[in-house]
Design a protein around this ligand. Structure first.
Ligand code: NAI
Length: 464
């Protein structure tokens, strides 16, 4: 007899496993299907978590090499144990993916390992090494995530022409790493290998780095990364490649440099929704023109009982966006109402300094014709930033000209990822810049830059 469930979730990334836990909490008999041997999806296995482990380790390495002396610490004999660094990263991944498996057990979510295929709106077939399980279910949630885009003229070979997955496990520091694409992946992985000793050249087709980012923020980030030694070819499109025995040569258009040679090339030109082998065409699930699964506000596809969340549907491909959708779709399936506020999805790039933002950019406000006020404050005038020795960057608040409601917040600076959280909560509660400016902030903290920038919206900053 087939296994019977209320919900079967396909994909155990942050969207899928969060959805499974919420379904179980709501009393639904839940199963999760995952093709990989560990749970946690791209984020935990080959994305957010291992990259942050390497970013932190390489930051420490870089600190001892370049900045320790300023703190009165002599550490001249610092050397790199790359295999030790990679082992630490793998241990963190192991602990966290194991943690997800524990959470599935604790919440009594049944885990099926294998490739899930939807054979009917209420049936999922799971195949692993020739063995088949048939799951019958009232609801299916597609949470299959995304995969790195491979361009026809830039085919991955896993060694010299690589995706972010291989960039997390290079066994030696490249002499010259070419990075195609100045998005989050290109800049984060480029930063890791730059700090560990590689020459890094980032090639970006658009006329600025981090495409949708607020232009002033993007400019500041470019300035600090260049200062760190990262090289950029902006407005240069990679149109061809040749992989030799020991090198890679790229052909460029739109730049004075027509070819560039390196020993490894990271292709980070975006990700595509992953729907391979799911059987969506067979059951007639509609896709958008960008081949993402089409859903309505309740995460329902056009096929009754089939839902989709995360990278496979429209919106930013971010773990925390998938998680919120995972919780919301569980609530919908259980008969409750649910809502995801896409205006407050934070976006972070974990370079150093970090970049973090929420809400509208100045460019978007101008385009929409929304009148706004702007308040900005530099980390260089903040006591804690001086004590840490990290004074680049700023916080910028954008608020409605008439009502003072916060419309956006953009940060380049130390631990911007954590500092931004206050702006996200403020926007969730429709706060004004005055609300933030008049709230207590511990002294001395980096968060005081938030208060000063909020006060600066009405020219009331105090600490400059
Ligand atoms: P992306 O879409 O953010 O950036 C890709 C860049 O490649 C674009 O700026 C584009 O103009 C450029 N490009 C495309 N074709 C090119 C060519 N032929 N020559 C030169 N430049 C070219 O993609 P990325 O960085 O691969 O990230 C994929 C997804 O993963 C994004 O949605 C990102 O938000 C997410 N992500 C988020 C992270 C975070 O939140 N910290 C970390 C890693 C990934």
């Amino acid at each position: 007899m087939a296994n019977q469930f209320d919900v079967v979730i396909i994909g155990a990334g942050p969207g899928g496993y969060t959805c499974a836990i919420r379904c179980a909490q709501l009393g639904l008999k839940t199963a999760i299907v995952e093709k990989d041997s560990t749970l946690g999806g791209t984020c935990l296995n080959v994305g957010c978590i291992p990259s942050k482990a390497l970013l932190d380790s390489s930051e420490h390495f870089s600190f001892f090499k370049h900045d320790a002396e300023k703190h009165g610490i002599e550490a001249k004999e610092v050397s790199l144990n790359l295999s030790g660094m990679l082992k630490r990263k793998e241990q963190i991944v192991k602990e966290l993916t194991g943690g997800v498996a524990f959470l599935m057990k604790k919440n009594k979510v049944t885990h099926f390992e294998g490739i899930g295929k939807i054979t009917a709106p209420n049936t999922v077939e799971v195949t692993q090494s020739g063995k088949k399980d048939i799951l019958e279910t009232k609801n299916i949630v597609i949470a299959t995530g995304s995969d790195a885009i491979e361009l026809p003229h830039l085919k991955f070979d896993g060694e010299k022409m690589i995706s972010s997955t291989e960039a997390l496990s290079l066994q030696k520091v490249p002499k010259h790493l070419l990075v195609i694409g100045a998005g989050a992946i290109g800049l984060e992985m480029g930063s890791v290998w730059l700090r560990l000793g590689a020459k890094v050249t980032v090639i970006e087709a658009a006329n600025k780095i981090c495409g949708p980012m607020d232009a002033q923020t993007s400019k500041e980030l470019l300035k600090v990364l260049k200062k760190q030694g990262m090289e950029f070819l902006i407005g240069a499109k990679v149109v061809g490649s040749k992989v030799g025995k020991n090198d890679v040569t790229l052909t460029l258009e739109g730049s004075d440099t027509s070819t560039i040679k390196g020993d490894v090339c990271l292709v980070a030109v975006g990700r595509r929704p992953y729907t391979d082998g799911l059987g969506l065409e067979d059951i007639g699930v509609d896709l958008t023109d960008r081949r993402r699964v089409k859903i309505n506000k309740k995460f329902e596809t056009n096929v009754n009982g089939v839902y989709a969340i995360g990278d496979v549907v429209d919106g930013p491909m971010l773990a925390h966006k998938a998680e919120e959708e995972g919780v919301a779709v569980a609530e919908v399936i259980a008969g409750h109402s649910a809502f995801v506020n896409y205006h407050t999805v934070p976006s972070v790039i974990y370079t150093w300094p970090e970049v973090a933002s929420v809400g509208y950019t100045e460019e978007q406000l101008k385009e929409k014709g929304i009148a706004y006020k702007k308040g900005q404050f530099p980390f260089s005038a903040n006591a804690r930033a001086k004590a840490i020795g990290e004074t680049s960057g700023f916080v910028k608040f954008l608020a409605d000209q008439k009502t003072d409601k916060i419309l956006g917040c953009h940060i380049v600076g130390p631990r911007a990822s954590d500092v931004l959280a206050e702006a996200v909560i403020a926007m969730e509660f429709s706060a004004s810049s005055e609300d933030v400016g008049k709230s207590f902030h511990g002294h001395p903290t980096l968060s005081e830059v938030m208060r000063e920038a909020a006060l600066a919206v009405d020219n009331l900053a105090r600490q400059m």
